[in-house]
Ligand binder design. Structure first.
Ligand code: CTP
Length: 288
């Protein structure tokens, strides 16, 4: 009996598109039996893919529905690939050439092939087309502003494009040094008149209420680090204002909150954006 040639590939396959389909078709051409490893949500987050639009289940279902895919498995940890090569007696491991060289270590178990990526399409692009880009300004430079901006690059639908600080010298130094943020303001009204949809407010407790209120009055969404400094009355007033103006006032944002984005603050529909401090970027001086 002739042994079936086993081919395996892995990916997130978010919002399945023709680039994925072409990759899978060409992978299948290397053998008789195609196994597709779909990354699970936790694994994706741990490797920096923070805003995948579809759940693991939805992505698995989409791949299962492809007639020439023979088996779907879940990829949930870093060393799984080498374990799978042995477990499934894989003859060929195929992956797009955006990973060129990265899986050469698997050559000791199987044949590794890198296939040219289909140009002009990606899940990142599709997410951006569908959900749009949120332009976020930062109100007040802080110790962690640079970290916040660096980590925001892991979020494909987020563009941090301007900062505000009362300290014009600090603000000038920051924008001169930053490759990402070109616009700095030390007048808050002018800052709000800039090209932004939302503001991350990171200011002193005594300024917080006034700044949030002004931001909402100008029609911009608000993300706020420490709303606990507000009184109950102030918080309720600001939430009512946000609701009337159909804006988001995300009132439970903390440095390591993540799960706070999974609930809707008081009926305001926060649909799609993530911003967080993580340990994705290691820094000696900053505890993350
Ligand atoms: N792929 C491809 N051509 C594309 C997009 C993806 O050949 N235009 C391949 C990748 O190289 C990989 C597999 O499809 O082997 C799964 O890729 P995945 O990362 O899930 O898709 P992307 O569209 O690259 O996703 P993202 O934009 O989120 O990185």
């Amino acid at each position: 009996m002739v042994k079936k040639k086993i081919v395996i590939t892995y990916g997130t396959f978010d919002m399945l598109h023709r680039g994925h389909m072409r990759l899978l078709e060409r992978a299948k051409d290397f053998g008789d039996y195609l196994i597709v490893g779909v990354t699970d949500e936790d694994y994706d987050r741990s490797r920096g893919k923070l805003n995948v639009a579809q759940s693991t289940e939805q992505r698995v279902e989409a791949i299962k529905a492809i007639e020439f895919v023979d088996e779907v498995i879940i990829e949930s940890h870093r060393n799984q690939k080498s374990e799978d090569m042995v477990k499934y007696k894989v003859d060929t491991f195929a992956i797009g050439d955006d990973w060129l060289g990265m899986f050469d270590y698997l050559n000791k178990y199987t044949q590794v092939v890198y296939l040219p990526r289909t140009q002009g399409i990606s899940s990142t692009q599709l997410r951006s087309d569908i959900f749009g880009t949120v332009k976020l300004g930062i109100a007040n430079l802080g110790r962690n502003t640079k970290q916040f901006i660096d980590e925001s690059k892991f979020v494909s639908n987020l563009d941090i494009n301007q900062v505000y600080s009362q300290d014009s010298k600090a603000m000038e130094e920051f924008t001169n040094e930053s490759n990402d943020v070109a616009h700095g303001y030390n007048n808050y009204t002018e800052f709000l008149g800039g090209d932004i949809d939302a503001v991350y407010i990171n200011c002193q407790p005594d300024e917080r209420y006034a700044l949030i209120k002004k931001t909402l009055e100008h029609g911009k969404h608000v993300l706020c680090a420490r709303p606990s400094d507000l009184s109950d009355m102030q918080r309720q007033e600001l939430l009512d204002l946000a609701k009337n103006k159909r804006l988001v006032f995300l009132s439970e944002l903390k440095k390591d909150y993540l799960s706070a984005l999974n609930h809707e603050p008081n009926g305001c529909g926060f649909r799609y954006m993530m911003a967080e401090f993580t340990s994705l970027i290691q820094r000696n001086s900053v505890k993350s």
